[in-house]
Design a protein around this ligand. Structure first.
Ligand SMILES: Nc1ncnc2c1ncn2[C@@H]1O[C@H](COP(=O)(O)OP(=O)(O)OP(=O)(O)O)[C@@H](O)[C@H]1O
Length: 315
């Protein structure tokens, strides 16, 4: 069970407030029968110098759970999109989800963020059941959905204003955070243009900025680097790494195996709606690269045979 945590309203500045969770160990009290101690003379002899036992190494504290997914199922007609997905994402984790096309990544993330109702299963965000109390659960999440349906007749600045005020920020805070985010993502010059006129990568960036403006505790990002140029992607990764170092948590899906292996601490490989491997990057990949492990679990590469017609050109 996830430990109970206090919900703290988003801070007025961009710093991520870190929860303090006190773990109280329950100790059973055992009443011992009184012992009769015989009165005997005890000779105290000098003990030889025995080296002090090394103090036991404190076990790594396990970070509290930020997101707990249990037994998620989703079917669209005859298609089973998600088939019993369970995952545990801990605070301060940079968690990647990978899988082939149609594996169920977007469907899973949509059920986590309240965009799609599961047929079965449970999603708990910071101790709150996301489907029993969606308003409370959503307060702590920032979402970059797969299919971007933005209000694209707004300018970038207006879109960020809308996203910020919807999350309860005042106009001044929205203005200063919008400027910070636009600078970080390199879209300062585009803030006063209509989002409809943005390129694919710029649209991704403004949507990412809108997802982050209220400094949520958990960011759920569906393919955040798709269409984003390598320099901008490196900037975004830098921002996300600093966010995670401050106690934030990122759950993202991507097809970039190198990126996931380099940036994430944990990963889940989803194939045909099921989690075939999950854990730290090293646990999942073993002696292989993440890409090799992924290809192995996804069923290997298909031999490109029977396409000879493509080698005799029609003109
Ligand atoms: N609204 C829908 N109606 C019908 N089928 C759907 C719907 N959404 C998803 N599916 C199906 O569910 C399966 C999982 O799709 P999903 O989009 O979750 O995969 P994905 O892992 O995100 O794929 P990709 O990497 O290509 O984005 C696919 O077979 C897809 O066709």
């Amino acid at each position: 069970m996830a430990p109970e945590v206090d919900t703290i309203a988003p801070a007025a500045d961009t710093a991520i407030a870190v929860e303090t969770v006190e773990t109280i160990e329950k100790v059973d009290t055992v009443v011992m029968p009184p012992t009769v101690v015989p009165e005997v003379a005890v000779e105290v002899t000098e003990q030889p110098d025995v080296p002090e036992p090394a103090p036991a190494r404190a076990a790594e504290p396990i970070a509290p759970s930020v997101l707990s997914i249990t037994g998620l199922h989703k079917r669209f007609g005859d298609t089973i999109a998600v088939d019993g997905v369970s995952l545990e994402v801990r605070e301060g984790s940079f968690y990647g989800i990978v899988g082939p096309n149609g594996a169920g990544k977007t469907t899973t993330l949509s059920m986590v963020t309240g965009l799609l109702r599961p047929d079965a299963g449970r999603v708990v965000v910071h101790g709150v059941d996301a489907w029993a109390d969606p308003v409370k659960a959503k307060r702590t999440i920032g979402v970059l959905p797969d299919k971007l349906r933005l209000f694209d007749r707004l300018t970038g600045a207006q879109l960020l204003h809308y996203a910020g005020t919807l999350r309860g920020l005042n106009a001044n805070t929205v203005r200063s955070r919008s400027a910070d985010l636009a600078k970080a993502f390199g879209i300062e010059d585009a803030l006063n243009r209509l989002v409809a006129d943005y390129s694919a990568g710029m649209t991704k960036k403004i949507a990412l900025a809108a997802a982050m403006i209220h400094s949520p505790r958990l960011l759920v990002l569906d393919e955040p680097f798709e269409s984003v140029d390598p320099v901008s992607a490196a900037n975004v990764i830098d921002i996300l790494q600093r966010y995670v170092a401050a106690g934030g948590t990122v759950l993202l899906s991507s097809h970039g195996m190198d990126l996931i292996q380099r940036v994430c601490d944990s990963v889940a490989i989803i194939v045909r709606g099921q989690v075939l491997a999950s854990g730290t990057i090293d646990e999942v990949r073993g002696e292989q690269t993440l890409e090799e492990r992924f290809v192995e679990l996804a069923g290997g590469r298909k031999a490109a045979e029977g396409m000879e017609w493509l080698h005799s050109f029609s003109d």
